[in-house]
Design a protein around this ligand. Structure first.
Ligand code: ZN
Length: 563
């Protein structure tokens, strides 16, 4: 162990050792020797040496350059310097926010690394590889670092894209180098963790039939990775490879998932409500946030956001605050930041007053239907400021992350989409081309409900889209009558929704006029402003469902109010 540590020290610091030894031999010894000579002889020797110094330096440089070229082939196979010791990583498990489930599995892994000796005595399987799968920005790298820190082993980090080169064999030689380095660390410290981000870049399925040989480079890189992972059975040096990827594991070459390679998977998901609040608290400590900002409310607003996106929101909000010459970031800044990230930056067109008014009514229609009829989604913002290709927007987000949509929710989407059309028709008798995106949206959902989800009213169930139809080589297996029935059913959903929406807007015509006027006056309305207007007409917001894991303060999802 001590000898291995000394060798590692030499391998890492050979340059300094060489410089100290060289300095002693080339300077200290001659000075000591010449100190006994006569003054004139000494001057003569020193003079000759100084005069020939430039030539000597030039020769040395040429020599070293040639050596370098021979050794490294021009530097192509160099790995980026990404070696980090465990002591310098210092990410504890408590620093990883949220991810309770993934952390539990990762903790088991830490135990496996620590208890390797016990495991070997029992004859258990020694862990060599683990996959972390999840959307980008959810903390995979943090978790891998935390595993290294808690297990107290060195951590080598690299990314799949570092192995991609045009030159055949360079990727493979980089893989070899990475594992060689890991083996040195493992010999010195007992274990070592290799972290490969973007594993799908190197690990995607091998292509064997390629006429141009275009894929042989990535094949050879992957083959080398497989060979190195199989070589990890050495008792003395324990190396664990952690691969992280965004895509699902099906894109990986099946050989990578075999026992002894990446045979364990931790899935890392987006944070839930309570975790998002923790993340907001964590990052808000790094910026100057107005203490009045309600982080719990922000966490509700940031449904489906990853930790990286939340960090980005707060940074963008800081920019907004700086531009407004404020010292503290307030709620409005954060709201503007979310909107900028989600909806794009505003760019104004010159519109005629009538056009602006039509847009205002259109958006007010969406807004009222969303607020009063949608069972799961909340309005987040309504605006008639033009942004990237749209004239106005009513932005809505689910109150809590949902993993399924039921019939009521899908109908809610359709009704909300039709709200703009209905408002234009009620107010002006004619409608505009502004409804095209809304119609496309409503039609897609209705079609899906009938053709694929069995949500129609006339008893047809099944996914009809899997049956070959149209000009396939199997012919058309859906009868015209059946297609007509399905399409009629789709149209019926749209008609039913439209009737409901029109009745609602007719009944609430006063609120429609009011919101159109508010939008024309203020251009955009935030959640609080929208709710306060509705409250004037005696329409409180639906209660927010309780966060999972806490006692329900209000009934979960209330039924949508009848129109
Ligand atoms: Zn619309």
């Amino acid at each position: 162990m001590l000898w291995a540590k000394f060798r590692l020290f030499l391998q890492r610091n050979w340059l300094w050792v060489a410089i100290i030894v060289g300095f002693t031999v080339a300077v200290l010894i001659p000075v000591w020797y010449m100190s006994g000579m006569e003054e004139s002889v000494r001057r003569y020797i020193v003079g000759i040496n100084v005069a020939s110094l430039p030539w000597g330096i030039l020769q040395t440089l040429v020599f070293v350059g040639f050596l370098y070229l021979l050794q490294y082939g021009g530097g192509f196979a160099q790995l980026k310097k990404s070696k980090i010791d465990a002591s310098s990583v210092k990410v504890r498990f408590t620093d990883v926010i949220g991810l309770a489930e993934a952390k539990r599995e990762a903790w088991e892994m830490v135990q496996l690394i620590k208890d390797r000796a016990a495991l070997k005595r029992v004859g258990g399987k020694i862990l060599h590889g683990m996959l972390m799968i999840g959307p980008p920005g959810c903390g995979k790298t943090m978790l891998a670092k935390a595993i290294a820190t808690e297990a107290g082993v060195p951590f080598l980090s690299t990314a799949g894209s570092e192995f991609v080169e045009v030159f055949v064999g360079v990727g493979a030689s980089r893989v070899r180098k990475l594992f060689k380095q890991a083996r040195q660390y493992a010999q010195a410290y007992g274990s070592c963790i290799i972290f490969i981000d973007e594993l799908e870049v190197v690990g995607k399925q091998r292509v064997f039939m390629d006429a141009f040989g275009g894929s042989s480079e990535s094949n050879s890189t992957l083959n080398q990775l497989l060979v190195e992972m199989d070589g990890l059975t050495d008792d003395k040096c324990h190396i664990v490879v952690i691969g992280a990827m965004n895509a699902r594991e099906e894109v990986l070459d099946p050989a990578l998932l075999r026992p002894g390679r990446f045979d364990r998977t931790i899935s890392i998901g987006r944070p839930n409500l309570a975790e998002r609040q923790e993340i907001f608290e964590y990052y808000s400590r790094k910026v100057h946030l107005d203490p009045a900002v309600d982080l719990a409310r922000l966490a509700r607003k940031a449904v489906y956001k990853t930790p990286a996106e939340i960090e980005n929101i707060l940074k963008e909000a800081a920019l907004v605050a700086v531009r407004g010459r404020r010292e503290l970031i307030n709620y409005k800044d954060i709201s503007t930041a979310i909107e900028r990230i989600e909806l794009g930056v505003a760019h104004r067109l010159t519109m005629s007053p009538r056009e602006r008014e039509m847009v205002a009514y259109h958006e007010a229609g969406h807004l009222i239907v969303l607020y009063l009829l949608h069972p799961t989604d909340d309005v987040f913002k309504a605006s008639i400021i033009q942004r990237a290709g749209s004239l106005g927007v009513v932005h809505h987000i689910p109150r809590e992350e949902l993993h399924l949509s039921d019939r009521e929710r899908l109908l809610g989407h359709i009704k909300t989409s039709l709200g703009g059309y209905a408002a234009e028709r009620l107010r002006y008798g004619v409608t505009t081309s502004g409804v095209s995106a809304d119609f496309a949206n409503a039609m897609t959902i209705a079609h899906e409900m009938i053709w694929r989800l069995g949500m129609g009213g006339d008893g047809l169930i099944g996914d009809f889209s899997v049956i070959p139809s149209g000009r396939t080589h199997e012919g058309d297996q859906l009868s015209e009558a059946l297609k007509e029935r399905l399409n009629n059913e789709t149209q019926r959903i749209l008609q039913d929704c439209y009737r409901e929406v029109e009745a609602l807007l007719r009944a609430e015509a006063r609120i429609l006029d009011r919101f159109a006027a508010e939008l024309l006056r203020r251009e955009e309305l935030d959640y609080d402003e929208i709710v306060s207007v509705f409250m004037e007409y005696g329409k409180p917001p639906r209660p927010i469902p309780a966060a999972p894991g806490t006692a329900p303060a209000a009934p979960p999802l209330p039924a949508p109010p009848a129109a």
